[in-house]
Design a binder for this molecule. Structure first.
Ligand code: GTP
Length: 307
């Protein structure tokens, strides 16, 4: 059997959301009048399909504004829902921009253990490299020797330089060395792995504050990006993670990984509505070319079951 295409994998990541939505919109068979009762059903269906109450309400209101009292078939209703989901997702489908000057652009990557942070850093490095950017990695997750080793293995595989220190080393000093090195080499993007642990918010805040302080001495604008990696299989937990990391670490953008599984990716719609943070990319596998741009229209159609 041939490997699934990336679009097929995205279908996997949103399948649970999509199936639930379809089941719950299942009451709409044949042609239905879009009255208050039907709109209530649609809103409920959206809520239980991971899109969350705020996005569900917005979609309901938009449907009501545009089509109240009209007769719609199930397909027309799903098409209309897809359009409203896309309207929520399009503003946040923002690719990661690499600025030309000053170099390097410093990209901190954070996320809870096992979220796919290290793999995402590797994929991102590979992605940027394919676009002819010079990339360097910094092993700022000094908490575990294995994390440093894992990143170093990826660096070698992709063919990018890495700055690393000993286990338990000071992340801020590694990042400082990395920025100096990257500057000397004319590197475009320096991607920094961080311990990013939420178990101890105070420690995380202190660590990031120190990294920011040290970076600020070299370039007041650094870090240019703070990307939070989210695991799609965590469902609604993603929302509380975004909120906490936003408050603690000043998140500037998101990458959702593991959307190739049977994840409940619909939570991204809830996240878009609630936080409005850019979704730079999605992860659809464990290999280095398994990072994809976030395609709002495709995802909306997959969720609504009309792709
Ligand atoms: N299916 C799938 N697996 C992924 C994806 N991204 C990462 N993984 C896997 O998820 C597991 C955890 O990924 P890591 O990159 O090590 O996660 P991490 O957040 O760095 O974890 P720690 O090193 O424990 O902090 C690994 O087995 C990865 O291969 C993805 O998009 N799809």
């Amino acid at each position: 059997m041939s490997e699934p295409t990336w679009t097929e994998r995205v279908f996997g990541g949103f399948r649970k959301t999509s199936e639930r939505l379809s089941q719950n919109l299942g009451g709409v068979v044949g042609t239905t009048r879009l009255d208050e009762a039907t709109l209530d059903d649609v809103e409920d269906a959206l809520i239980v399909s991971d899109l969350g109450p705020a996005a569900a309400r917005r979609i309901r209101d938009r449907l009501s504004e545009k089509r109240f009292g009209l007769d719609v078939t199930e397909t027309q209703l799903k098409e209309a829902v897809a359009e409203e989901i896309a309207a929520i997702l399009r503003p946040v489908a923002v690719p990661l921009e690499i600025i030309a000057f000053p170099r390097p652009q410093v990209i901190l990557v954070i996320g809870v253990n096992g979220s796919g942070k290290t793999t995402t850093i590797a994929k991102l490095a590979h992605w940027l490299q394919e676009d002819d950017y010079g990339v360097m990695l910094a092993a700022g997750d000094t908490f575990r020797a294995a994390a440093i080793g894992q990143l170093a293995t990826w660096a070698e595989r992709i063919g990018v330089p890495i700055v690393r220190g000993p286990e338990g080393g000071d992340p801020a000093s590694i990042v400082f060395d990395a920025v100096k090195d990257a500057t000397a080499r004319g590197i475009d993007a320096l991607i920094v792995d961080t311990a990013g642990r939420l178990q101890n918010k105070r420690e995380l805040m202190d660590e990031l504050a120190k990294i920011r302080r040290v970076l600020g001495r070299l370039n007041p604008e650094a870090p240019h990006n703070v990307i939070l990696v989210l695991d799609a299989t965590n469902g609604q937990n993603a929302l509380s993670q975004i909120e906490t990391f936003r408050d603690v670490a000043g998140v500037t953008g998101l990458v959702m990984t593991k959307l190739d599984g049977t994840a409940r990716g619909g939570v991204l719609v809830a996240a878009a509505e609630q936080f409005g943070l850019p979704i730079h990319a999605i992860g659809v596998g464990e290999k280095m070319d398994d990072l994809r741009p976030f395609d709002a229209d495709l995802v909306a159609r997959v969720i609504a079951g009309v792709a």
